[in-house]
Design a protein around this ligand. Structure first.
Ligand code: GLN
Length: 471
């Protein structure tokens, strides 16, 4: 059943929201035992919310009435522990809802829990978990990764049998990467399309909230609900929100899609290539004009640029986590610096510490111009180059990730630099703040493969249109 059909069923009185949420929560518990997609199941508040929705009169139940939704742990939910997967925020219960969460609530959606992720979003496999957290397992093979950092969200989107949308967050690819590894649809919107108010930030100039679900229509509907200007968040755009679901049925004939040449060949698994080419052929047979294109800024520049800007911002954002205001605390002994070091040494995981050190270094006086400032200039060039490309194309297509979901024992042997390279294809659209979509386009040895479509700023409608043509 699609999300739209489910909501209609609720509006027509054919689905009992309270009974349905009880069943969904039971299913979440069963799935969670085996796969670990949820850091927390918000049973009590979900039932309370379901009762509220069911009491509302016909016509006032909302666009997502009764729909079970899950929220990445880094997005604040009022009254529900929100830790961003970190021991540093253990026990933090936000007194407010994030902007996207209050919109979901107003639309009648029901929050079932907080999904597992890399600590603060620092990773691509959901294996850089905070102290005391466990990595979610791939829905097709429990010895493999779900991708990351929104791994729990994508896994749950795949595994839950009832209509459901998961909210993820992406800084450098964390929506499309796990969607690709879990065989679901993930839509990362334009920077500023969805409010970041109440998002536990990673890199403030990069972070985006977006929906993950089983079909393009499901994520399009969810995006329509969460998108739009938010007076509490000064980087949200005032650009009007389009009726994304209406793009599902729009004809794609005549659209122009650029095939990103550099994303094929060396480093890309041949099974991934084959499936993505299959998708390109499918678009062509629907009348899309597909042509090879090349970016003038070498694609290899994406990773170093991103891994300077993102940790720089992360190290700044994490400075507020000092064991005094939120989450982790210690007995106060010694001076501030001693206390600060104690708490942070104990509660941050290894990758978080690495990012804090990298980011602090690249912002330091004497190094700032050579690293941080230079990276922001390269970022500008990347944006300009995409803007050029979109003069000639409506979208760009490439694989989402160049490899199949790896096994946990393989991931363990990767160096940090090899780890970062997994994001080779996803960081550039993220640096440019461009909307992008993962579409499942095939399988190899039972493991899903994804293609990524990228469009110009605020062209999420075209993403929906092309995505639907691939379904
Ligand atoms: N894998 C990237 C990183 O580690 C992106 C993560 C994200 O988008 N949150 O930074």
């Amino acid at each position: 059943m699609s999300v739209a059909e489910f909501v209609k069923g609720v509006h027509d009185g054919q689905i009992d929201v309270v009974e349905h949420i009880h069943r969904t929560l039971e299913e979440c518990k069963i799935i969670n035992k085996e796969y670990g997609y949820l850091n927390l199941i918000s049973e009590e508040s979900a039932i309370a919310q379901a009762k509220l929705v069911s009491k509302k009169r016909k016509g006032a139940k909302g666009a997502l009435a009764g729909l079970p939704v899950s929220i990445k742990d880094s997005i604040c939910v009022k009254g529900v522990e929100s830790t961003a997967g970190s021991a540093m925020l253990k026990g933090y219960i936000p007194p407010f809802d994030a902007g996207c969460v209050s919109r979901l609530r107003q639309a009648g959606a029901i929050i079932v829990g907080k999904t597992a992720q890399d600590e603060f979003g620092f990773g691509s496999f959901s294996t850089n978990t905070g102290i005391g957290f466990t990595a979610p397992k791939n829905p097709f093979d429990r010895l493999r990764s779900c991708g990351g950092s929104s791994g729990g969200a994508a896994g749950l989107a795949q595994k839950l049998s009832v209509p459901h949308v998961a909210l993820g967050e992406s800084t450098g690819g964390s929506i499309v990467n796990p969607a690709s590894f879990c065989g679901v649809v993930g839509l990362c919107p334009t920077y500023g399309r969805v409010s970041r108010y109440g998002l536990i930030d990673y890199g403030s100039s990069l972070d985006k909230v977006g929906p993950i679900g089983k079909t393009v229509a499901d994520v399009a509907l969810a995006l329509k609900v969460i998108a739009g200007f938010d007076e509490k968040e000064s980087t949200t755009a005032t650009v009007p929100v389009e009726d994304y679901p209406s793009f599902v049925k729009k004809d794609v004939a005549g659209l122009r899609v650029g095939i990103l040449k550099e994303s094929f060949g060396e480093g890309t698994d041949s099974a991934v290539e084959k499936s993505v080419w299959g998708a390109i052929k499918q678009l062509e047979s629907a009348g899309v004009d597909c042509r090879e294109i090349s970016l003038k800024i070498p694609i290899e520049y994406g990773i170093p640029t991103y891994y300077i800007i993102a940790p720089s911002e992360a190290s700044t954002n994490l400075a507020k986590l000092c064991g005094l205001r939120y989450g982790a605390e210690e007995k106060i002994e010694g001076d501030f610096n001693t206390y600060f070091s104690e708490v942070r040494s104990r509660a941050f995981g290894k990758e978080a510490k690495r990012r804090i050190m990298l980011g602090t270094f690249t912002r330091m006086a004497g190094y700032r111009d050579a690293y941080y400032v230079k990276a922001t200039k390269v970022r500008r060039l990347i944006i300009d180059e995409y803007k050029n490309v979109f003069k000639k194309c409506d979208a760009v297509i490439s694989p989402t990730v160049s490899i199949l979901p790896p096994r946990f024992d393989e991931i363990k042997n990767l160096t940090p630099a090899q780890n970062y390279l997994i994001d080779a294809l996803t960081v550039s659209p993220n640096l440019a703040g461009l909307p992008h979509l993962n579409m499942p386009v095939g399988k190899h040895n039972g493991l899903p493969i994804g293609a990524m479509l990228t469009t110009d700023h605020f062209k999420e409608g075209v993403l929906v249109q092309l995505g639907a043509a691939l379904e």
